[in-house]
Design a protein around this ligand. Structure first.
Ligand code: IPM
Ligand code: MN
Length: 349
């Protein structure tokens, strides 16, 4: 019996979460597993009413679940940063979800803005460090509100934090068993403290994986190659900030925010899965948002809890729908409503 925590969150979060849960229900019947869900009302509405982001004991409670399914966090009436830091980042940090796993895979039938590239060319995974770097929130103002003001924002990288991320990436590359190539994406030519540590750790851990080919690319060049030669990549490992940036670019080349899913992974604890597109306030409540990213997040959740067969079948159903049914992956242009896309995936499962 899997206990799944559900945080629908803000904006279109609840709409896409229902479609993900619809697919979970269908998968549990087909693959004979049992689960129960518990809803958590964390998000903008609750914050506006109570002034609270995560209630006392909330994170402790989450630790008892097999996995967490998240819709979106972000509310137009709440100052940017409060909910992101107070809910999303706090959960990632406190539950030690130190990997942010973001597959970039172009499915058949999905349009990519990259001319001349197809599903055979765009299929890689970004392993983003998820608890350190610039996201640590270290820094200070000096002489605030004067003409001599200085704002310092520190990138905090621990050997332990870097190593566990790099080790996960090597293991993942091995398990994925595609091109057996792991690329370190960094900025060794300028950020000579942080990336020195990353580079040293990378090549040290690499010695334990003689079958994995290692490559290095600067983050700016990585952006160029995502567009020019995405087929060069198999698995990429990078820090929190670079990973945040390059995975938005990755999402665009795989067909947009409507399809991009991610997992916040604690390999020894509770992981959280989410569509990466955000709360999309302007589409809220219209039944037009694409739920495939949330369904893809559910697929990743199933894989993580050990339902590999179900995960594979969900991905195949998504592919059937993108290849044969949907006109577009953009909100309002799919040829179907949010709920109908969820139904299509269920039918083809
Ligand atoms: C993401 C988001 C978050 C991040 C924001 C909402 C804090 O952009 O999941 O990529 O920067 O990590
Ligand atoms: Mn982001």
């Amino acid at each position: 019996m899997y206990k799944i925590a559900v945080i629908p969150g803000d904006g279109t979060g609840p709409e896409v979460v229902s479609e993900g849960l619809k697919v979970l229900e269908a998968a549990s019947k087909k693959f004979n597993f049992r689960y129960e869900t518990k809803n958590f009302d964390w998000g903008g509405e609750r914050y506006i009413k109570t002034g609270e982001t995560i209630p006392d004991g909330g994170l402790e409670e989450l630790k008892k679940f097999a996995a967490i399914f998240l819709g979106a966090i972000g509310h137009p009436d709440v100052k940017p940063g409060i909910l992101e830091k107070g809910i999303l980042l706090k959960t990632r940090f406190d539950l030690e979800q130190y990997i942010n796993l973001r597959p970039v895979k172009l499915y058949p039938g999905v349009e990519t803005p990259i001319k001349g590239k197809g599903p055979d060319d765009i299929d890689f995974v970004v392993v983003r460090e998820n608890t350190e770097g610039l996201y640590k929130g270290m820094g200070e103002f000096q002489n605030k509100d004067t003409k001599d003001e200085v704002a310092i924002q520190v990138s905090y990288n621990t050997r332990k934090g870097v190593e566990r991320c790099i080790r996960y990436a090597f293991e993942f590359t091995k398990r994925r068993n595609k091109r057996k190539t792991l690329t370190l994406c960094g900025k060794t030519n300028v950020l000579t403290y942080a990336w020195d540590l990353w580079e040293r750790t990378f090549y040290e851990v690499a010695k334990e994986y003689p079958d994995i080919k290692t490559e290095y690319a600067h983050v700016d060049a990585t952006c160029m190659w995502f567009i020019k030669n995405p087929e060069w990549f198999d698995v990429i490992v990078t820090d929190n900030m670079f990973g945040d940036i390059i995975t938005d670019l990755g999402a665009m080349i795989q067909g947009g925010m409507g399809i991009a899913a991610g997992g916040n992974i604690n390999p020894d604890g509770v992981s959280m899965f989410e569509p990466i597109g955000g709360s999309a306030p302007k589409y809220t409540g219209k039944n037009v948002i694409n739920p495939l990213a949330a369904i893809g997040a559910m697929q990743m959740l199933l894989a993580e809890i050990g339902e590999a067969e179900a995960a594979k079948a969900v991905e195949e159903a998504i592919i059937y729908v993108t290849a044969n049914k949907m006109k577009s992956l953009s909100a309002g242009k799919m040829g179907y409503s949010t709920a109908e896309v969820g139904d299509l995936v269920v039918e083809n499962l």
